[in-house]
Design a protein around this ligand. Sequence first.
Ligand code: AMP
Length: 262
Amino acid sequence: MAGLDMIRSYLSESEDSDTQDDSKINRDKISSSAKNLLQRFSVPESILSLKGTKHHEDVHDDPSQHDGRTRTFKHERGNWATLVYINYPDYSPICSWLRELPQQIGIKEVLNFFTEFHLSLTRCLVLKFHWIESFVDSLQKLCQSTGEILVEFRDLKVYCNEERTRTFLGLRCEDRNKILKQFVINIDKILAEYQLPSFYEDASFHVSILWCLGDVKEKLNASLPALNESWNSICAEHFLHSFEVSKINCKIGNKMYTFPLK
Ligand code: AMP
């Protein structure tokens, strides 16, 4: 779960930074009583101001804490990592199929398999705290005016993130009525109000099933014919051709919102 596990790793570090918050509060208390004390001895303001703390604290990104992935945006207090997506709940046949895949892929890179699956409808966004309420409200209204969607699985496709630091194998998805495409256009209109980036111009809807570090697009592409053959037989065996979408999920920080479609 690319966007989603990015939010998780972002959150685990926000928790660290919350602990840092407590020590910062203590530091601030100490520095404010020291300030009072020093003022009594009339120390010049210019010297006192040397002990200022930063308003925003950047948190050091340690890739070893999250399978070598690097963050694509800086952790800053007041920023909330956000993703709008569709949950794909029928994961057990896919998980068992994934266990057989390493032999068919045969690359030296470590393959990381997702155990929960989603279809992203936005990029991983950064929302300011004071935007959350109105953003959630607009998204809810949009969902209330959008009918249910039937998503069909197509072939497997290889994707890279924009920084080319991770490669993903995804199940390409389409909906015959093109509701999904219009829905994303409407989400993009909401995002534009906050000057947030829209979804990919050449949007290719997919459910990622595995990822590995680096840009190994070419190597994975070489395995695609065999992988597609294998996927087609699993699809037929477990009737995995399509799934109905009746609700949309939105994860903002550690909060999950679920909006039913019309
Ligand atoms: P996801 O599983 O939805 O997080 O997507 C995995 C990766 O696919 C993301 O890092 C996206 O940047 C990447 N990606 C590359 N090209 C596209 C595209 N045309 N449409 C959607 N996602 C894309």
